[in-house]
Design a protein around this ligand. Structure first.
Ligand SMILES: [Fe+2]
Ligand SMILES: [Fe+2]
Length: 342
């Protein structure tokens, strides 16, 4: 999983960044390329300035991404960081750049060979997010509003981390240890998918029975991978292993029920389904948060711990007329096509 690094003919490597992630009206400290007829074309050089109007016009014309040379990744991340640390930046701007930086780092989470290094990066990332949301209640809301809707497949992990931190904040206040565990559980919950064939993960048609069986092994694969990282908090480890267990014992891998599942796993499970529903997939449009929560409410009693779900649900109140079939699984896009109007 991860952002496809593009290569030009002379093998120059690039990574993708969203148009909106580039700061306008001041010199940029990296080169920006656009993809024209399938090839990277230099659009702005280091130290050039991109105007707000020019950026808006690119977006209006359907532009989605810039390419930045791989060797300038550190410069790009520095520029995001300086926006976050700038006292003149609004909370909204800070949230935007924290998330951009998280999305970019999370690419490495799934591509680095060493799981120990991956987890070390995840810890740094989560502690940055937690520091940010600990300061200010509106920061959580800002981070939650910035879902990137299917731009990179690994967005999901960052978004689940954000929702898990937000829910943990409602449950545990500013207990930093709990917020970190929730963020790590969210960020790493699908780490077992590293062991699953990428073709299967990206398959956009119905999965065969054997394919489903393999997909459903990712919690166990995740548990195995984390053996290499003994210091990771037990709750975060359990979230990796238990996030597909259901409150009524109908989940997997072990059909655990009720309090056999740890609280953090229950919380990550809610965040996981919420993100799957509110993110645009190849076969379904993103639901609004209210639609998603109402849909999830319809999966009660059974799927989620009712008390924890109620805490999450409190933020929203509108009703919709959507429902999911009972075998919905947040792991695979096609399962979401089973949304039916009542
Ligand atoms: Fe999962
Ligand atoms: Fe997931």
């Amino acid at each position: 999983m991860g952002a496809p690094a593009s290569k030009s003919k002379n093998e120059k490597r690039f990574f993708e960044v969203r148009l909106q992630s580039v700061v306008t009206g001041q010199p940029i400290n990296f080169d920006l390329f656009l993809v024209v007829s399938g090839k990277p074309l230099l659009f702005r050089k280091q130290k050039d300035t991109l105007s707000e109007e020019r950026l808006r016009s690119l977006i209006q014309h359907g532009g989605q991404k810039f390419l930045v040379p791989e060797e300038q990744r550190v410069l790009y991340l520095q520029s995001l960081k300086s926006m976050v640390n700038n006292p003149d930046s609004s909370e909204e701007t800070k949230s935007k750049y924290i998330k951009e930086s998280a999305y970019l780092h999370v690419n490495d989470l799934f591509e680095k060979e060493s799981v120990a290094e991956t987890v070390k990066d995840a810890e740094v990332l989560v502690s940055e997010m937690v520091d940010f949301v600990s300061d200010d209640v509106s920061a959580v809301a800002n981070l939650m509003q910035l879902s990137r809707h299917d731009y990179y497949t690994y967005n999901h992990c960052v978004d689940v981390a954000v929702y898990s931190i937000a829910l943990a904040k409602q449950l545990y206040g500013n207990n930093r240890e709990m917020l970190i565990q929730a963020g790590l559980g969210g960020l790493l919950h699908d780490i077992g998918k590293r062991k699953i064939d990428i073709q299967l993960i990206n398959k956009t048609t119905k999965l065969t029975q054997e394919e489903w069986a393999e997909m459903k092994r990712h919690p166990e694969y995740g548990k195995e991978l984390l053996i290499e990282v003994p210091h990771i908090p037990e709750e975060a480890r359990r979230a990796v292993y238990e996030h597909h267990e259901n409150h009524d014992g109908t989940g997997y891998p072990h059909k655990k029920r009720g309090d056999e599942v740890c609280e953090l796993s229950k919380l990550v499970s809610i965040a996981d389904v919420f993100d799957a529903l509110t993110t645009e997939r190849s076969y379904h449009k993103a639901m609004s948060p209210n639609e998603a929560l109402d849909t999830m409410f319809g999966m009660q009693p059974g799927k989620f711990d009712p008390d924890i779900f109620e805490v999450f649900n409190k933020r929203f109140d509108k009703k919709t007329n959507l429902k999911l079939l009972s075998d919905f699984d947040p792991c695979h896009a096609v399962s979401i096509t089973k949304i039916e109007k009542k």
